[in-house]
Design a protein. Structure first.
Length: 260
């Protein structure tokens, strides 16, 4: 296994900051007058309860959007599960679409943080790319927020260019790791990091689209097979054998973790 090799001035923390600092797909809007009035009226205790209520609504909604198509999820069932009033819901989210968008945003933020954690393990960059894809798949299998985020990205993501901005964010995060893989000598410098990153994001989304999401083992095995096809075109020939074995082992571990 390769040791992590950065440039002289690049630390692990700086490298992670480049990932978590990727262009955020949801630009923060400026507070409105109403927002400022709300802020002025909130005590610390009320603010904490407000944040807790928002998270409670997102968590309950994510479970429904993970299991059912967007059009079949009603706000009433979300409110019942979250045990909040309709007024509380509309205080935080103007509409069902706004709630869905907030779920995607929360999912992206948590995913980028998880990617940074994988990078911090200090494996080689190509191994890190493999680990990231299996981490994303395992979250998709076991975490309602991740499954809901993916589902909503397909159902409402094309509106307001949400899907494009989220994909651009993922490409930016992957590009950082690809650049390190080139510095380590595993990926040829003749490949543009941006294009390699786009390829990896595209193949993962493609695997998810064509696999059986209800069959955990097949999902992960399909991901392994996709890597086997992509690997020879991305990494240097002398590394293909080792990385093929590495991916096979990661698949076995992932299947074991995903098995109830």
């Amino acid at each position: 296994m390769h040791a992590l090799r950065y440039g002289r001035s690049q630390t692990v923390r700086e490298h992670n900051d480049r990932i978590t600092g990727a262009a955020h797909p949801f630009p923060r809007r400026r507070p409105s007058v109403t927002d400022e009035m709300r802020g002025d009226q909130m005590t610390d205790g009320i603010d904490r309860r407000s944040v807790a209520t928002r998270h409670q609504i997102i968590g309950s909604a994510a479970k429904h959007f993970a299991d059912k198509p967007y059009s079949l999820v009603s706000l009433d069932e979300i409110l019942t599960d979250a045990a909040v009033t309709k007024g509380a819901m509309y205080f935080h989210f103007r509409s069902k679409h706004a709630l869905g968008t907030a779920i995607i945003e929360r999912w992206v933020e948590m995913s980028l943080g998880a990617v940074a954690d994988v990078v911090a393990r200090q494996h080689s960059a190509v191994e890190t790319l493999v680990d990231v894809t299996f981490l994303i798949a395992l979250d998709d299998i076991g975490e309602p927020l991740a499954r809901a985020g993916f589902n909503l990205l397909e159902s409402i993501g094309r509106g307001e260019e949400i899907q494009r901005r989220v994909i651009d964010t993922w490409v930016s995060a992957f590009r950082v790791i690809v650049e390190r893989a080139q510095a380590e000598g595993d990926i040829a410098t003749g490949h543009a990091p941006e294009q390699v990153a786009k390829l990896l994001v595209a193949f993962y989304l493609g695997v998810r689209r064509v696999t059986d999401l209800g069959d955990r083992s097949r999902y992960l095995t399909d991901l392994e097979q996709a890597w086997a096809l992509v690997l020879p075109g991305v990494v240097k020939p002398e590394r293909v054998g080792y990385l093929t074995t590495f991916i096979r082992r990661r698949t076995a571990l992932a299947v074991n973790r995903a098995t109830p």
